[in-house]
Design a protein around this ligand. Structure first.
Ligand code: UDX
Length: 464
Protein backbone atom coordinates (compact mmCIF):
# COMPACT_ATOMS: atom_id res chain seq x y z
CA UNK A 1 0.00 0.00 0.00
CA UNK A 2 2.92 2.33 0.72
CA UNK A 3 4.28 1.70 -2.76
CA UNK A 4 0.85 2.38 -4.30
CA UNK A 5 0.78 5.66 -2.35
CA UNK A 6 4.28 6.55 -3.56
CA UNK A 7 3.59 5.77 -7.20
CA UNK A 8 0.08 7.27 -7.30
CA UNK A 9 0.24 10.64 -5.50
CA UNK A 10 -3.36 11.44 -6.43
CA UNK A 11 -4.73 8.31 -4.77
CA UNK A 12 -5.37 8.45 -1.03
CA UNK A 13 -4.34 5.25 0.71
CA UNK A 14 -5.46 4.45 4.26
CA UNK A 15 -4.10 1.34 5.95
CA UNK A 16 -6.40 0.15 8.74
CA UNK A 17 -5.92 -2.46 11.42
CA UNK A 18 -8.04 -3.46 14.41
CA UNK A 19 -4.83 -3.95 16.42
CA UNK A 20 -4.07 -0.47 17.72
CA UNK A 21 -0.41 -0.99 18.80
CA UNK A 22 0.45 -1.89 15.22
CA UNK A 23 -1.14 1.30 13.89
CA UNK A 24 0.73 3.33 16.50
CA UNK A 25 3.94 1.67 15.34
CA UNK A 26 3.18 2.44 11.69
CA UNK A 27 2.76 6.08 12.67
CA UNK A 28 6.05 6.12 14.59
CA UNK A 29 9.73 6.12 13.63
CA UNK A 30 9.99 2.42 14.46
CA UNK A 31 7.93 0.56 11.85
CA UNK A 32 6.52 -2.76 13.05
CA UNK A 33 8.34 -4.80 10.41
CA UNK A 34 11.90 -4.81 9.14
CA UNK A 35 12.06 -4.58 5.37
CA UNK A 36 14.91 -2.85 3.50
CA UNK A 37 13.74 0.36 1.81
CA UNK A 38 10.29 0.40 3.40
CA UNK A 39 11.10 3.18 5.89
CA UNK A 40 12.01 5.45 3.05
CA UNK A 41 8.82 4.83 1.10
CA UNK A 42 6.62 5.29 4.17
CA UNK A 43 8.39 8.49 5.19
CA UNK A 44 7.94 9.98 1.72
CA UNK A 45 4.15 9.56 1.70
CA UNK A 46 2.97 9.33 5.30
CA UNK A 47 0.72 12.26 6.16
CA UNK A 48 0.42 13.21 2.47
CA UNK A 49 -1.55 10.46 0.76
CA UNK A 50 -0.68 7.54 3.04
CA UNK A 51 -2.39 7.23 6.40
CA UNK A 52 -2.53 4.57 9.10
CA UNK A 53 -5.64 4.35 11.23
CA UNK A 54 -7.49 2.08 13.62
CA UNK A 55 -10.77 3.56 12.49
CA UNK A 56 -11.48 0.60 10.26
CA UNK A 57 -15.17 1.09 9.61
CA UNK A 58 -14.99 4.78 8.75
CA UNK A 59 -12.27 4.32 6.14
CA UNK A 60 -13.78 1.19 4.64
CA UNK A 61 -17.09 3.04 4.28
CA UNK A 62 -15.34 5.90 2.45
CA UNK A 63 -13.20 3.76 0.12
CA UNK A 64 -13.79 2.95 -3.55
CA UNK A 65 -11.40 0.02 -3.48
CA UNK A 66 -10.82 -2.13 -0.39
CA UNK A 67 -7.77 -4.42 -0.32
CA UNK A 68 -8.20 -7.24 2.20
CA UNK A 69 -4.86 -8.48 3.48
CA UNK A 70 -5.89 -10.33 6.63
CA UNK A 71 -3.97 -13.47 7.49
CA UNK A 72 -5.08 -16.87 6.25
CA UNK A 73 -3.17 -19.33 8.45
CA UNK A 74 -3.45 -23.10 8.19
CA UNK A 75 -6.39 -24.43 10.24
CA UNK A 76 -5.22 -26.02 13.47
CA UNK A 77 -8.48 -27.75 14.40
CA UNK A 78 -11.62 -29.18 12.88
CA UNK A 79 -12.29 -30.04 9.27
CA UNK A 80 -9.12 -29.79 7.18
CA UNK A 81 -6.90 -29.20 10.24
CA UNK A 82 -3.22 -28.99 9.33
CA UNK A 83 -3.96 -28.33 5.66
CA UNK A 84 -6.92 -26.09 4.86
CA UNK A 85 -6.68 -22.32 5.16
CA UNK A 86 -8.47 -20.72 8.08
CA UNK A 87 -10.75 -18.10 6.59
CA UNK A 88 -12.18 -16.78 9.86
CA UNK A 89 -10.49 -13.40 9.49
CA UNK A 90 -11.47 -13.09 5.86
CA UNK A 91 -15.09 -13.89 6.60
CA UNK A 92 -15.36 -11.35 9.41
CA UNK A 93 -13.67 -8.73 7.23
CA UNK A 94 -16.21 -9.40 4.46
CA UNK A 95 -19.13 -9.14 6.91
CA UNK A 96 -17.77 -5.86 8.25
CA UNK A 97 -17.39 -4.45 4.73
CA UNK A 98 -20.98 -5.43 3.94
CA UNK A 99 -22.19 -3.83 7.19
CA UNK A 100 -20.54 -0.45 6.85
CA UNK A 101 -20.72 0.12 3.08
CA UNK A 102 -23.00 2.81 1.73
CA UNK A 103 -21.58 3.00 -1.81
CA UNK A 104 -20.47 0.55 -4.51
CA UNK A 105 -17.05 -1.00 -3.91
CA UNK A 106 -14.35 -3.10 -5.45
CA UNK A 107 -13.11 -5.62 -2.89
CA UNK A 108 -9.65 -6.96 -3.66
CA UNK A 109 -8.44 -10.26 -2.27
CA UNK A 110 -4.78 -9.73 -1.38
CA UNK A 111 -4.23 -12.51 1.13
CA UNK A 112 -3.29 -15.94 -0.17
CA UNK A 113 -6.57 -17.75 -0.09
CA UNK A 114 -7.70 -21.08 -1.45
CA UNK A 115 -9.25 -21.25 -4.85
CA UNK A 116 -12.89 -20.20 -4.92
CA UNK A 117 -12.73 -18.10 -1.76
CA UNK A 118 -13.74 -15.13 -3.83
CA UNK A 119 -17.00 -16.93 -4.56
CA UNK A 120 -17.69 -17.38 -0.83
CA UNK A 121 -16.80 -13.77 -0.11
CA UNK A 122 -18.97 -12.62 -2.98
CA UNK A 123 -21.88 -14.51 -1.45
CA UNK A 124 -21.39 -12.89 1.95
CA UNK A 125 -21.19 -9.45 0.38
CA UNK A 126 -24.14 -9.82 -1.99
CA UNK A 127 -26.40 -11.44 0.60
CA UNK A 128 -25.81 -8.48 2.91
CA UNK A 129 -25.49 -5.79 0.29
CA UNK A 130 -28.59 -3.62 0.86
CA UNK A 131 -28.53 -2.86 -2.88
CA UNK A 132 -24.85 -1.98 -3.03
CA UNK A 133 -22.80 -3.42 -5.88
CA UNK A 134 -19.64 -5.27 -4.83
CA UNK A 135 -17.11 -6.48 -7.36
CA UNK A 136 -14.59 -9.01 -6.09
CA UNK A 137 -11.11 -9.13 -7.60
CA UNK A 138 -8.24 -11.45 -6.84
CA UNK A 139 -4.89 -9.67 -6.94
CA UNK A 140 -2.31 -12.04 -5.44
CA UNK A 141 0.98 -10.64 -4.19
CA UNK A 142 4.23 -12.17 -5.41
CA UNK A 143 6.76 -10.04 -3.51
CA UNK A 144 9.41 -11.84 -1.47
CA UNK A 145 10.50 -10.62 1.94
CA UNK A 146 13.82 -8.81 2.09
CA UNK A 147 13.40 -7.61 -1.50
CA UNK A 148 9.77 -6.51 -1.19
CA UNK A 149 10.25 -2.90 -2.25
CA UNK A 150 12.29 -3.77 -5.33
CA UNK A 151 9.83 -6.54 -6.22
CA UNK A 152 6.97 -4.04 -5.98
CA UNK A 153 8.78 -1.36 -7.97
CA UNK A 154 9.61 -3.81 -10.76
CA UNK A 155 7.26 -6.77 -10.59
CA UNK A 156 7.70 -9.66 -13.04
CA UNK A 157 3.94 -9.44 -13.40
CA UNK A 158 0.83 -8.12 -11.68
CA UNK A 159 -2.08 -10.52 -11.75
CA UNK A 160 -5.69 -9.39 -11.58
CA UNK A 161 -8.56 -11.86 -11.65
CA UNK A 162 -12.20 -10.86 -11.91
CA UNK A 163 -15.62 -11.82 -13.13
CA UNK A 164 -16.08 -12.10 -16.89
CA UNK A 165 -19.17 -9.84 -16.77
CA UNK A 166 -19.12 -6.18 -17.95
CA UNK A 167 -19.09 -5.00 -14.29
CA UNK A 168 -16.28 -7.43 -13.50
CA UNK A 169 -14.24 -6.19 -16.46
CA UNK A 170 -14.82 -2.59 -15.39
CA UNK A 171 -13.51 -3.39 -11.91
CA UNK A 172 -10.44 -5.11 -13.39
CA UNK A 173 -9.79 -2.00 -15.47
CA UNK A 174 -10.04 0.24 -12.38
CA UNK A 175 -7.37 -1.77 -10.56
CA UNK A 176 -5.28 -2.03 -13.72
CA UNK A 177 -5.30 1.78 -13.89
CA UNK A 178 -3.80 1.94 -10.39
CA UNK A 179 -0.88 -0.35 -11.29
CA UNK A 180 -0.46 1.27 -14.70
CA UNK A 181 1.03 4.30 -12.88
CA UNK A 182 4.34 2.39 -12.81
CA UNK A 183 3.94 -1.13 -14.19
CA UNK A 184 4.18 -1.57 -18.00
CA UNK A 185 0.87 -2.71 -19.50
CA UNK A 186 2.30 -5.99 -20.84
CA UNK A 187 3.21 -7.01 -17.29
CA UNK A 188 -0.35 -6.70 -16.03
CA UNK A 189 -2.10 -10.00 -16.61
CA UNK A 190 -5.87 -10.21 -16.37
CA UNK A 191 -7.59 -13.55 -15.83
CA UNK A 192 -10.75 -14.97 -14.39
CA UNK A 193 -11.03 -15.11 -10.61
CA UNK A 194 -10.18 -18.76 -10.17
CA UNK A 195 -7.11 -18.65 -12.39
CA UNK A 196 -5.70 -15.74 -10.39
CA UNK A 197 -6.30 -17.50 -7.07
CA UNK A 198 -4.82 -20.80 -8.26
CA UNK A 199 -1.84 -19.08 -9.91
CA UNK A 200 -0.66 -17.81 -6.56
CA UNK A 201 -0.73 -21.25 -4.98
CA UNK A 202 0.82 -22.76 -8.11
CA UNK A 203 3.66 -20.20 -8.23
CA UNK A 204 4.63 -20.87 -4.62
CA UNK A 205 4.31 -24.64 -5.09
CA UNK A 206 6.57 -24.52 -8.17
CA UNK A 207 9.18 -22.39 -6.37
CA UNK A 208 9.20 -24.64 -3.31
CA UNK A 209 9.34 -27.69 -5.55
CA UNK A 210 12.57 -26.42 -7.13
CA UNK A 211 14.14 -26.11 -3.69
CA UNK A 212 13.00 -29.58 -2.63
CA UNK A 213 14.28 -30.96 -5.94
CA UNK A 214 17.73 -29.46 -5.45
CA UNK A 215 17.73 -30.49 -1.78
CA UNK A 216 16.89 -34.06 -2.79
CA UNK A 217 19.86 -33.88 -5.17
CA UNK A 218 22.04 -32.57 -2.35
CA UNK A 219 21.55 -35.84 -0.44
CA UNK A 220 22.56 -37.80 -3.52
CA UNK A 221 25.58 -35.51 -4.05
CA UNK A 222 26.81 -36.21 -0.52
CA UNK A 223 26.40 -39.94 -1.09
CA UNK A 224 28.26 -39.92 -4.41
CA UNK A 225 30.88 -37.16 -4.14
CA UNK A 226 29.18 -34.77 -6.58
CA UNK A 227 28.96 -31.08 -5.68
CA UNK A 228 25.41 -29.70 -5.60
CA UNK A 229 26.52 -26.17 -6.53
CA UNK A 230 28.16 -27.52 -9.68
CA UNK A 231 25.06 -29.54 -10.48
CA UNK A 232 22.80 -26.48 -9.92
CA UNK A 233 25.03 -24.35 -12.10
CA UNK A 234 25.07 -26.94 -14.87
CA UNK A 235 21.31 -27.51 -14.93
CA UNK A 236 20.50 -23.82 -14.44
CA UNK A 237 22.30 -23.01 -17.70
CA UNK A 238 19.52 -24.79 -19.52
CA UNK A 239 17.31 -21.84 -20.39
CA UNK A 240 14.24 -24.02 -19.92
CA UNK A 241 15.24 -24.57 -16.29
CA UNK A 242 16.92 -21.24 -15.47
CA UNK A 243 19.37 -20.47 -12.65
CA UNK A 244 17.15 -19.08 -9.88
CA UNK A 245 15.89 -20.92 -6.79
CA UNK A 246 18.37 -23.75 -7.15
CA UNK A 247 20.40 -23.15 -3.99
CA UNK A 248 20.51 -26.21 -1.77
CA UNK A 249 19.77 -25.34 1.85
CA UNK A 250 18.79 -26.74 5.20
CA UNK A 251 15.20 -26.28 3.98
CA UNK A 252 12.82 -23.59 2.85
CA UNK A 253 10.87 -21.52 5.36
CA UNK A 254 8.64 -18.46 5.32
CA UNK A 255 4.98 -17.86 5.82
CA UNK A 256 3.91 -18.97 2.36
CA UNK A 257 5.53 -22.03 0.86
CA UNK A 258 4.46 -24.74 3.28
CA UNK A 259 1.08 -23.19 3.98
CA UNK A 260 0.25 -22.77 0.32
CA UNK A 261 1.35 -26.27 -0.64
CA UNK A 262 -0.67 -27.82 2.18
CA UNK A 263 -3.59 -25.79 0.99
CA UNK A 264 -3.08 -26.99 -2.56
CA UNK A 265 -2.91 -30.57 -1.27
CA UNK A 266 -6.18 -30.06 0.58
CA UNK A 267 -7.91 -28.65 -2.47
CA UNK A 268 -6.70 -31.61 -4.55
CA UNK A 269 -7.94 -34.06 -1.94
CA UNK A 270 -11.32 -32.33 -1.77
CA UNK A 271 -11.56 -32.75 -5.53
CA UNK A 272 -10.68 -36.45 -5.34
CA UNK A 273 -7.24 -35.94 -6.92
CA UNK A 274 -5.23 -38.17 -4.57
CA UNK A 275 -2.22 -38.65 -6.86
CA UNK A 276 -1.90 -34.93 -7.47
CA UNK A 277 -2.21 -34.26 -3.74
CA UNK A 278 0.50 -36.84 -2.97
CA UNK A 279 2.80 -35.34 -5.57
CA UNK A 280 2.74 -31.91 -3.91
CA UNK A 281 2.80 -33.33 -0.39
CA UNK A 282 6.17 -34.81 -1.19
CA UNK A 283 7.63 -31.30 -1.64
CA UNK A 284 6.90 -30.59 2.03
CA UNK A 285 8.10 -34.03 3.11
CA UNK A 286 11.47 -33.59 1.39
CA UNK A 287 11.77 -30.25 3.18
CA UNK A 288 11.25 -32.00 6.54
CA UNK A 289 13.72 -34.70 5.51
CA UNK A 290 16.34 -32.07 4.74
CA UNK A 291 16.11 -30.63 8.27
CA UNK A 292 16.26 -34.11 9.81
CA UNK A 293 19.26 -34.96 7.67
CA UNK A 294 21.05 -31.83 8.84
CA UNK A 295 20.42 -32.58 12.52
CA UNK A 296 21.60 -36.14 12.00
CA UNK A 297 24.83 -34.90 10.42
CA UNK A 298 25.53 -32.63 13.37
CA UNK A 299 24.86 -35.32 15.94
CA UNK A 300 26.66 -38.14 14.15
CA UNK A 301 29.74 -36.01 13.45
CA UNK A 302 30.10 -35.28 17.13
CA UNK A 303 30.48 -38.90 18.17
CA UNK A 304 26.74 -39.51 17.99
CA UNK A 305 25.83 -37.20 20.83
CA UNK A 306 25.50 -33.49 21.42
CA UNK A 307 24.29 -33.93 24.98
CA UNK A 308 25.72 -31.14 27.14
CA UNK A 309 27.68 -29.70 24.21
CA UNK A 310 27.41 -26.04 23.34
CA UNK A 311 26.34 -25.47 19.75
CA UNK A 312 26.33 -21.97 18.28
CA UNK A 313 23.39 -21.22 16.00
CA UNK A 314 24.18 -18.43 13.57
CA UNK A 315 20.95 -17.11 12.07
CA UNK A 316 17.38 -17.90 13.03
CA UNK A 317 15.30 -15.94 10.47
CA UNK A 318 13.95 -17.95 7.52
CA UNK A 319 16.27 -16.03 5.20
CA UNK A 320 18.61 -13.04 5.35
CA UNK A 321 17.46 -9.41 5.54
CA UNK A 322 14.31 -10.20 7.47
CA UNK A 323 13.43 -10.70 11.12
CA UNK A 324 10.66 -13.09 10.16
CA UNK A 325 10.84 -16.56 11.68
CA UNK A 326 7.64 -18.08 10.38
CA UNK A 327 8.33 -21.71 9.41
CA UNK A 328 12.06 -21.02 9.56
CA UNK A 329 14.07 -24.25 9.23
CA UNK A 330 16.01 -23.07 12.30
CA UNK A 331 13.04 -24.09 14.47
CA UNK A 332 13.19 -27.73 13.38
CA UNK A 333 16.97 -27.88 13.57
CA UNK A 334 17.13 -26.31 17.05
CA UNK A 335 14.34 -28.55 18.30
CA UNK A 336 16.17 -31.56 16.91
CA UNK A 337 19.42 -30.57 18.65
CA UNK A 338 17.60 -29.82 21.91
CA UNK A 339 15.96 -33.24 21.61
CA UNK A 340 19.49 -34.60 21.79
CA UNK A 341 20.15 -32.37 24.84
CA UNK A 342 22.45 -29.84 23.19
CA UNK A 343 23.03 -26.42 24.77
CA UNK A 344 22.26 -23.77 22.19
CA UNK A 345 23.65 -20.27 21.93
CA UNK A 346 21.71 -18.43 19.24
CA UNK A 347 22.61 -15.25 17.43
CA UNK A 348 20.52 -13.56 14.76
CA UNK A 349 21.00 -9.90 13.81
CA UNK A 350 17.25 -9.26 13.60
CA UNK A 351 15.27 -11.80 15.60
CA UNK A 352 14.66 -10.88 19.26
CA UNK A 353 15.11 -13.40 22.06
CA UNK A 354 11.40 -13.53 22.97
CA UNK A 355 10.55 -14.54 19.42
CA UNK A 356 13.11 -17.35 19.45
CA UNK A 357 11.86 -18.62 22.82
CA UNK A 358 8.28 -18.52 21.57
CA UNK A 359 9.13 -20.35 18.36
CA UNK A 360 11.02 -23.09 20.13
CA UNK A 361 8.29 -23.80 22.66
CA UNK A 362 5.28 -23.59 20.39
CA UNK A 363 3.04 -26.53 19.68
CA UNK A 364 2.77 -27.40 16.06
CA UNK A 365 -0.23 -29.12 14.65
CA UNK A 366 1.79 -31.35 12.35
CA UNK A 367 1.67 -34.63 14.14
CA UNK A 368 3.52 -36.45 11.40
CA UNK A 369 6.80 -34.75 12.32
CA UNK A 370 9.61 -37.12 13.25
CA UNK A 371 9.87 -37.32 17.08
CA UNK A 372 13.11 -35.38 17.34
CA UNK A 373 11.60 -32.43 15.43
CA UNK A 374 8.63 -32.11 17.79
CA UNK A 375 8.35 -29.15 20.17
CA UNK A 376 10.63 -29.24 23.16
CA UNK A 377 9.67 -29.09 26.80
CA UNK A 378 10.04 -25.88 28.86
CA UNK A 379 13.06 -27.48 30.55
CA UNK A 380 14.82 -27.79 27.21
CA UNK A 381 14.16 -24.10 26.59
CA UNK A 382 16.41 -23.35 29.54
CA UNK A 383 19.19 -24.85 27.45
CA UNK A 384 18.82 -21.97 24.98
CA UNK A 385 20.49 -18.61 25.30
CA UNK A 386 20.22 -15.79 22.79
CA UNK A 387 23.28 -13.60 22.50
CA UNK A 388 24.19 -10.32 20.87
CA UNK A 389 26.99 -11.34 18.56
CA UNK A 390 28.51 -14.29 16.76
CA UNK A 391 31.71 -14.25 18.84
CA UNK A 392 29.77 -14.67 22.07
CA UNK A 393 27.66 -17.41 20.52
CA UNK A 394 30.67 -19.41 19.38
CA UNK A 395 32.90 -18.94 22.44
CA UNK A 396 33.59 -22.32 24.01
CA UNK A 397 31.26 -24.06 21.53
CA UNK A 398 31.87 -27.50 20.05
CA UNK A 399 30.16 -26.68 16.78
CA UNK A 400 28.59 -23.91 14.71
CA UNK A 401 25.43 -24.30 12.63
CA UNK A 402 24.87 -21.59 10.02
CA UNK A 403 21.12 -21.54 9.46
CA UNK A 404 20.55 -18.14 7.79
CA UNK A 405 22.75 -16.67 5.07
CA UNK A 406 23.29 -13.24 6.72
CA UNK A 407 26.14 -11.43 4.90
CA UNK A 408 27.92 -10.62 8.15
CA UNK A 409 28.61 -14.33 8.78
CA UNK A 410 30.90 -14.40 5.75
CA UNK A 411 33.29 -11.79 7.13
CA UNK A 412 33.70 -12.98 10.73
CA UNK A 413 37.22 -13.61 12.05
CA UNK A 414 37.06 -17.40 11.94
CA UNK A 415 40.62 -17.82 13.19
CA UNK A 416 39.64 -16.00 16.38
CA UNK A 417 36.44 -18.05 16.59
CA UNK A 418 38.39 -21.29 16.11
CA UNK A 419 40.88 -20.35 18.83
CA UNK A 420 38.00 -19.84 21.30
CA UNK A 421 36.19 -23.10 20.52
CA UNK A 422 36.46 -26.66 21.83
CA UNK A 423 38.42 -29.04 19.59
CA UNK A 424 37.70 -30.66 17.25
CA UNK A 425 35.73 -27.60 16.11
CA UNK A 426 32.91 -28.12 13.63
CA UNK A 427 31.09 -25.86 11.17
CA UNK A 428 27.81 -27.09 9.67
CA UNK A 429 26.89 -24.76 6.86
CA UNK A 430 23.16 -25.05 6.19
CA UNK A 431 23.24 -22.33 3.54
CA UNK A 432 26.44 -23.00 1.62
CA UNK A 433 27.78 -19.50 2.27
CA UNK A 434 31.03 -20.29 4.07
CA UNK A 435 34.51 -20.28 2.51
CA UNK A 436 35.03 -23.98 3.13
CA UNK A 437 38.67 -24.15 2.03
CA UNK A 438 39.63 -21.30 4.32
CA UNK A 439 37.80 -22.87 7.27
CA UNK A 440 39.50 -26.21 6.66
CA UNK A 441 42.88 -24.50 6.53
CA UNK A 442 42.18 -22.98 9.94
CA UNK A 443 41.42 -26.45 11.27
CA UNK A 444 37.63 -26.69 11.28
CA UNK A 445 35.82 -29.85 10.28
CA UNK A 446 33.27 -28.56 7.81
CA UNK A 447 29.99 -29.92 6.55
CA UNK A 448 28.33 -28.10 3.64
CA UNK A 449 25.04 -29.28 2.26
CA UNK A 450 25.44 -31.33 -0.91
CA UNK A 451 29.23 -30.95 -1.06
CA UNK A 452 31.91 -33.67 -1.09
CA UNK A 453 32.27 -34.84 2.48
CA UNK A 454 35.18 -34.19 4.77
CA UNK A 455 37.06 -37.42 5.59
CA UNK A 456 35.84 -37.07 9.17
CA UNK A 457 32.20 -37.03 8.12
CA UNK A 458 32.66 -40.02 5.82
CA UNK A 459 33.81 -42.01 8.82
CA UNK A 460 30.77 -40.91 10.82
CA UNK A 461 27.82 -41.71 8.58
CA UNK A 462 24.54 -40.02 9.49
CA UNK A 463 21.80 -42.59 9.86
CA UNK A 464 18.33 -41.17 9.24
C1 UDX B 1 7.89 -16.45 -1.29
C2 UDX B 1 7.77 -16.22 -2.81
O1 UDX B 1 9.09 -16.10 -3.35
C3 UDX B 1 6.95 -14.98 -3.08
O2 UDX B 1 6.76 -14.83 -4.49
C4 UDX B 1 5.60 -15.11 -2.41
O3 UDX B 1 4.85 -13.94 -2.60
C5 UDX B 1 5.77 -15.39 -0.92
O4 UDX B 1 6.59 -16.52 -0.71
P1 UDX B 1 9.34 -15.43 0.69
O5 UDX B 1 8.66 -16.43 1.57
O6 UDX B 1 9.44 -14.03 1.17
O7 UDX B 1 8.62 -15.37 -0.73
O8 UDX B 1 10.84 -15.94 0.47
P2 UDX B 1 11.69 -16.64 -0.69
O9 UDX B 1 12.76 -15.74 -1.11
O10 UDX B 1 10.85 -17.20 -1.77
O11 UDX B 1 12.39 -17.83 0.12
C6 UDX B 1 11.63 -18.86 0.75
C7 UDX B 1 12.54 -19.85 1.42
O12 UDX B 1 13.24 -20.65 0.48
C8 UDX B 1 13.61 -19.23 2.32
O13 UDX B 1 13.73 -19.98 3.50
C9 UDX B 1 14.86 -19.33 1.48
O14 UDX B 1 16.03 -19.34 2.26
C10 UDX B 1 14.63 -20.66 0.78
N1 UDX B 1 15.37 -20.79 -0.50
C11 UDX B 1 15.16 -19.93 -1.52
C12 UDX B 1 16.27 -21.85 -0.65
O15 UDX B 1 16.47 -22.65 0.26
N2 UDX B 1 16.92 -21.99 -1.85
C13 UDX B 1 16.73 -21.14 -2.90
O16 UDX B 1 17.36 -21.35 -3.95
C14 UDX B 1 15.82 -20.08 -2.73
Amino acid sequence: MAVIALKCPKIEVVVVDIFEPRIIAWNSDQLPIYEPGLDDVVKQCRGKNLFFSKDVEKHVAEADIVFVSVNTPTKTQGLGAGKAADLTYWESAARMIADVSKSDKIVVEKSTVPVKTAEAIEKILTHNSKGINFQILSNPEFLAEGTAIQDLFKPDRVLIGGRETPEGQKAIQALKDVYAHWVPAERIICTNLWSAELSKLAANAFLAQRISSVNAMSALCEATGADVSQVSHAIGKDTRIGPKFLNASVGFGGSCFQKDILNLVYICECNGLTEVANYWKQVVQVNEYQKTRFVNRVVSSMFNTVSGKKIAILGFAFKKDTGDTRETPAIGVCQGLLGDKAILSIYDPQVPQEQIQRDLSMHKSELDKPPHLRPVSPIAIEQVTCVRDAYEATKGAHGICVLTEWDEFKTLDYQKIYNDMQKPAFVFDGRNVMDVDKLRQIGFIVYSIGKPLDAWLKDMPAVA
